[in-house]
Every structure is written in C-alpha cells, then in structure tokens.
Design a protein around this ligand. Sequence first.
Ligand SMILES: C[S@@+](CC[C@H](N)C(=O)[O-])C[C@H]1O[C@@H](n2cnc3c(N)ncnc32)[C@H](O)[C@@H]1O
Length: 392
Amino acid sequence: MKKALHEAYAVCPPGLEALCAAEIRGLGARAVKAERGGVSFRCTTRQLYATNLWSRLATRVVVRAAQFEATTFGGLEAAVRNEVDLDRWLGGRAPRLRVSSTRSALYHTEAIAERLRGLWGDPGENVAEGGDRRSFFGEPDRDDESDPSLGGAPLVIVRVVANRFTVSVDCSGEPLYKRGWRQEVAKAPVRENLAAALLMAVGWRADQPLVDPFCGSGTIPIEAALLALGRPPGFLRGFAFFEWPMFEPGTWASVIGQAAEAERDPEGLLIVGSDRDAGAVEAATANAARAEVADVVTFEERPVSSLQPPDGSGRPGWVITNPPYGTRIEHGGDLRNLYARFGSVTRDRLPGWSVAMLVADRRLAAHSGLSLHEVVKFSNGGIDVELLATHA
Ligand SMILES: C[S@@+](CC[C@H](N)C(=O)[O-])C[C@H]1O[C@@H](n2cnc3c(N)ncnc32)[C@H](O)[C@@H]1O
C-alpha cells in the first residue's frame, strides 16, 4: 500500500530556520525547505510523529488540510462545505481558530473566523487571533499557551494570501518547547528549544565537558543531557495527533520503541550547571529529576567568581551559558563587572575551553574581553538575542 504523505510545516523561532531544516531532514522528511519562521516538508505519518517527538528546535508542527480560493463570504462557505473535510483530524470536534489575511478581498479575520465557526462549530470563547503576523502560523512569541479554557480544543490555522486560503491542522498541541520536565523556573529562563539551539549551533559534542555557570533553572545542562543521551525531547509529553481519528497507535508505538532502543550510555558525560542563587539550583535539580537526567547532570550553588573546572575534566570543553541581561542586577552592581569577571575567570581557570553565550547586548558581552564572533541571531520571547562564541 502506498504510504500517506503529509504536507507539513514546522514553526520555529525566526533565525533558527536553517538549523531546524537540517534537523527535520535528518528525520527523513522530503522536500525540506527553510522559510521565514519555519520549515516546510513532506513526510509519512511515521515521520510526522517522529518530528513531533524528536524536534528539539520546532515550536509546533502543522499539516496542510486544504487549499482553495475565495473572494466573498458566500464563496468561502461554499468552498469549505464542498472542498474541506477536517473529519480525519477533528472527528467532529469544534476547533479553535487562528486566522491571518494579507492582500485579500476577505481581510477581516474575525469575520472569517465567525463564518468558519458556523461550519465547524465553536469550542467556547473562541477568539480568532488575526491580523498582521510576522509569520504564517502565528507570531512565535505569542505561541505560548494553549488556552486552558478551551479544554484542549484542536487548533486549526487559516491563512489567506492573495485570496488563496490554506487550512492547516496543528499536530503538536502545547508548544513543543514545553517538554514536560520544567515545572520550576528561576528568573528569565531560556526556552527549552532555544537552549537546544545553542548546543546544536556551536556543534557541542557529548564527549566534551560542558559547564553553564549561570544555569538558572538548568535548561541548558538538561537539554544537553537529553541531546547527549539521544533521548527525544518529547518523551514525557503527549501530542494533539493522539486525538485524531486517523491516529495510528501501532505506528506511534514503533516510533517510541525505536527511540528507547536508540538511547546511548551516559558513561563519560560531564555536564555541570551552577548558579549563585540557591532557589535556582533547587529548581534545576528538581527539573533534572523530572527529565530523568539527575544521574547525568550536576548542579552546584556557586557564584561565577568561584568557577572551577569540573572534577574529572581532564580535557577542555565548552562553557555554554545565558548570563543575566538587562541593565542592573540586584546584588552585584553593574552587569559590565559581571561580564568582565566571567571573562577573566573562564580565561584563567578554564584555559583552552571554548565559550558560547546568549546575549541581548553585544557591547555588554565585549566587557568579557573574550574574542567572540556571532554564531546565530534569533528572538527569545520577543527579545532579539544573539549567540556569540569564541570558537565554532
Ligand atoms: C538569564 S538567567 C539564566 C537562565 C537559565 N538559562 C534558565 O533557563 O533558567 C541568569 C542567571 O544568572 C544567575 N546569576 C546572576 N549573577 C550571578 C553570579 N554572579 N554568579 C552566578 N550566577 C549568577 C541568576 O541567578 C540567574 O539564574
């Protein structure tokens, strides 16, 4: 039997499209193309499940359900009635809608949503999230929560460009960076998919020691441990496609089974996070336990000024970190001093190590005195940031 192929799209943080495309190509998808704010690709059902489970960078994955043209509300309703059948995905459940429209006769997104609700049903206080969007599948920075008041209603995304409607169904449910293990956060946590992006962008390898001296809730060390173990980032969570009438439990079981077999031995991994804040270290430790990497990652309460090479690191490794950004910190005076201290400590105590840091202000980073170049730029929850590194 010929395998069903899906036209899929992975939304990712702007700036990470090329890395995300490489990741999706590695999962076996075809026609993979990096676009603005995401990656389009064609895949089998198995690969669709695997992409949701394995993508460390994507925010969500959607599949295209229909395309048609309409310039009037009557034309829209007729096209949806005659050409769009969402039953395979929704099984009659009323979806929440995200509608965007550009250069089209039908431009009022709430009015479009209202007509569609008339045909597909209304899950409750459904608000069409319309308007002027930076990327098709919604502003990634607004892609935060599935609205709990809607009781997990499936998400359908309608995009209108030059009178052409594209209807897509969400496969992921909660954004994919919500892995399930980070239930405690310290100040200014970096999203899990961005932490993974730092590691992947600099090409960190599991045989290299890794230190994060500003570890906060432990996101970078925990993502590193999952990456090193070859454990899928989504192993603790569920996905919207579980609810589809066309869901294939056997295919899913096989994807999960293969992942369990692929897990690597933790032998030789050296991953350490530290933070001066006791609460942050406590949160990081609890998060690591939930992620089932407590044996693989060590967390310590210490200020960056007392940074040491981790025990057993006979070889140089990577410092990969996300220092505080902003203008002031509470106790330590000016941030410039903190960056200067960070630079001198890494040079003196970790000679030969590579350093990568996620920063919002390049001038601040320059106070470290490290010779840094740009690896990648992207947006972290609405703030433009860049990853700078000494080597890559
Ligand atoms: C931007 S946050 C890191 C967030 C972290 N990547 C996460 O995902 O939770 C910066 C962290 O640096 C810590 N910090 C600030 N000054 C410090 C210092 N002098 N030494 C060690 N840690 C410090 C703060 O407690 C905070 O947790």
